[in-house]
Ligand binder design. Structure first.
Ligand code: NAD
Length: 496
C-alpha cells in the first residue's frame, strides 16, 4: 500500500476531476442529455452527474465496435502488436493507480487499501497477462489421411457486449475486456450504474494507450435500459455478463429474442465453507472464514456465506469469528486503516437489512452485528453480522445476501456436510478445511462448485479459470480458457 494518509486521501478526493460520460469511438460523449447522480455511499453525497445512456447511445457504440471489427485494424494486427497495446494499457493503469483506486473507493465504498492493493493490482495484472498471452496461442493441424490437410483456427468472435457489476468494477471489466481484445474482438462495456466513473477512466486510458477508435466503448446507464439494449442488439455477437442470477437469466432471453448471440454468465453464489474437526489449524480456519465473509463488505460473489462446521468444534470456531466481527474497523473507506467500508448504497443496505430481519424472524440466533452503524456520516455502513443455529431450510441459508452476513450451520458427519454444501441452486465456490489428503480429494470431487479451496479461501492467480456450475453460470473467466468465450473455431479442410 502506498504511504498516503487519511488526510491526504481526503484532500485528493476533493481535488479529483470526476466526469460521468460515455466513451464511444475513441472519444468522450455526453449522449442525449439524460443524466443520473453518482452518489458516494461513504457520505451519501453526490459525486457528479453521469450521462444516462439508452438505446441511442448503445446503437452508436455497437456501430463503432462493428466498424472497428469489420474494417478496422485491430482484428487484423499481428497478435504480438495487440499484446503490446494491452501491456501499454496495464502500464497506464499502473501510472494512475492511486487515482483509479480513489475513484473506485468513492463510488462503491470499498476501503482504499483494498482498492489500491487488490482491485488495482488485479486489473493491471489482467491486462498485462493477456497482453503477454496474445501471441502464445496456437492453432491446430490434426493428423488426417495423406491426401488432405486440416486446419483448425481460432478466430475472433466479433463484437462483444460486456455487462458487469460494481463490486470489483475494474477487475471484472478487465476479465472480459482483456481476453476479448487479445483475441481480436471489439467491445462495448456497460458498467454498473453504481460504478460509472472508474469505467470511463478505463475507456479513456485504453484510447490513450493506442487502442484504435471503436475497439473499446463504454456506455453508462441503467441496467433495464442500456443493459437490455445491449443484450438485445443484433450487432453484438457475444455477450459476457457478470452479475446476479436473475439478471443473467434475462440475457438468455435477450439472446433468444434477438440474434442468438453467445451468452456467457458469471452469476451469484451461496458458497459453503466446510470445517472438519481435523482442520490443520482451527484458529486459521475461523480467521479465514471471518475475512472471507467480511472482505469487501461481503459484496463478493464467492463469499463463504454458509459456514458448515462440525458440531464438536462449532462453538470454538463461531466464537473466534464473533470476536473478529467485534474487532473489525468499519468506517470511512478513505481511511487506510479501515477494514470494512460502506455498502454500495442505501438501497442495497436496506436489502441486506431485510435479509437480517428475515433471519431473526425465522429463528436463527444473532451472535454479532445485525444493524447499521456510523449513521452520523450519512454513509451506508453495516455491522459485520453472524448468525448461528441456522437451519438449511431457512432463507438465510439459501438466498444470496451479498453483504457481511454469515450463516453458521452444523453437521455430524462428512456425508451430511457434502449434502448440505451441495443443497443450493448455486455452484460458484466452496471451502474445505481438513488435514486428511484423501478427504480433501474425495470431498472436493463431490462438491458442485467451479472452485474448491482447501485449507484457504479466495486464493489463486490469473493462470486458473474462474466461474460457476449450476445457476452460478457457464464459461470461465481468467486463464487461457477465457479465450474460448471470445473466439470461434473454424475448420478448413484442404483436399491435396
Ligand atoms: P445485477 O445483476 O443487478 O447487475 C449487474 C449488471 O447488469 C449491471 O451493469 C446492471 O446495470 C445490469 N443490469 C441490471 N438489470 C438489468 C436488466 N434488466 N437488463 C440488462 N442489464 C441489467 O448485479 P449487481 O448488483 O451489480 O452485482 C451483484 C451480483 O453480481 C451478485 O449476484 C453477485 O454474486 C454477482 N457477481 C458475480 C460474480 C461472478 O464472477 N460470478 C462476480 C461479482 C458479482
Amino acid at each position: 500500500m502506498l504511504d498516503i494518509t487519511h488526510e491526504e486521501w481526503l484532500r485528493r478526493a476533493k481535488a479529483l476531476d470526476l466526469s460521468g460520460l460515455h466513451h464511444i469511438d475513441g472519444a468522450d460523449e455526453s449522449g442525449g442529455g439524460a443524466v443520473f447522480a453518482a452518489v458516494s455511499p461513504r457520505d451519501g453525497q453526490v459525486l457528479t452527474q453521469v450521462a444516462d445512456g439508452g438505446a441511442q447511445e448503445v446503437d452508436a457504440a455497437v456501430a463503432a465496435a462493428r466498424r472497428a471489427f469489420d474494417s478496422g485494424p485491430w482484428p487484423r494486427l499481428a497478435p504480438a502488436d495487440r499484446g503490446r497495446t494491452l501491456m501499454r494499457i496495464a502500464d497506464l493503469l499502473e501510472e494512475r493507480r492511486a487515482e483509479l483506486a480513489l475513484t473506485v473507493s468513492l463510488e462503491m465504498g470499498k476501503p482504499i487499501a483494498d482498492a489500491y492493493d487488490i482491485e488495482l493490482r488485479a486489473v493491471i495484472t489482467t491486462f498485462r497477462w493477456y497482453g503477454q498471452l496474445a501471441d502464445k496461442v496456437h492453432d491446430e493441424s490434426p493428423h488426417t489421411a495423406p491426401d488432405a490437410l486440416a486446419l483448425v483456427t481460432r478466430e475472433p468472435a466479433g463484437v462483444v457486449g460486456a455487462v458487469v457489476p460494481w463490486n470489483f468494477p475494474l477487475t471484472l471489466a478487465g476479465w472480459k475486456i482483456a481476453p476479448a481484445l487479445a483475441a481480436g474482438c471489439t467491445v462495448v462495456l456497460k458498467p454498473s450504474e453504481n460504478s460509472p466513473l472508474s469505467a470511463l477512466l478505463l475507456g479513456r486510458i485504453a484510447t490513450e494507450a493506442g487502442l484504435p477508435p471503436g475497439v473499446l466503448n463504454v456506455v453508462n446507464g441503467d441496467g433495464p435500459v442500456a443493459g437490455r439494449a445491449l443484450g438485445l442488439h443484433p450487432g453484438v455477437d457475444v455477450l459476457a455478463f457478470t452479475g446476479s442470477t436473475a439478471v443473467g437469466r434475462r440475457f438468455l432471453h435477450y439472446s433468444a429474442d434477438s440474434n442468438l448471440k453467445r451468452v456467457w454468465l458469471e452469476l451469484g453464489g451461496k458458497s459453503p465453507n466446510i470445517v472438519l474437526p481435523d482442520a490443520p489449524d482451527l484458529e486459521k480456519a475461523a480467521a479465514t472464514a471471518a475475512w472471507g465473509i467480511f472482505f469487501n463488505q461481503g459484496e463478493m460473489c464467492t463469499a463463504p456465506s454458509r459456514l458448515l462446521v462440525h458440531s464438536t468444534v462449532a462453538e470454538q470456531v463461531t466464537e473466534a469469528i464473533v470476536r473478529r466481527a467485534h474487532e473489525l474497523r468499519v468506517g470511512d473507506p478513505l481511511d487506510p486503516a479501515t477494514e470494512m467500508g460502506a455498502m454500495v448504497g442505501e438501497h442495497h443496505l436496506e436489502r441486506v437489512l431485510g435479509h437480517i430481519g428475515t433471519g431473526l424472524a425465522e429463528g436463527a440466533r444473532l451472535r454479532a452485528g445485525g444493524d447499521r452503524t456510523a449513521g452520523e456520516t450519512g454513509g451506508s455502513f453495516l455491522q459485520p453480522t453472524v448468525f448461528d443455529q441456522v437451519d438449511p431450510g431457512m432463507r438465510l441459508a439459501r438466498e444470496e445476501i451479498f453483504g457481511p452476513v454469515l450463516s453458521v450451520l452444523t453437521f455430524d458427519d462428512l456425508d451430511e456436510a457434502v449434502r448440505l454444501a451441495n443443497a443450493t441452486e448455486y455452484g460458484l465456490a466452496a471451502g474445505l478445511w481438513t488435514s486428511d489428503l484423501s478427504t480433501a480429494h474425495r470431498v472436493s470431487r463431490a462438491l458442485k462448485a467451479g472452485t474448491v479451496w482447501v485449507n484457504c479461501y479466495e486464493e489463486g492467480d490469473l493462470t486458473v479459470p474462474f466461474g460457476g456450475m449450476k445457476q452460478s453460470g457457464n464459461g470461465r473467466d481468467k486463464s487461457v480458457h477465457a479465450l474460448e468465450k471470445y473466439t470461434e473455431l473454424k475448420t478448413t479442410w484442404i483436399q491435396l
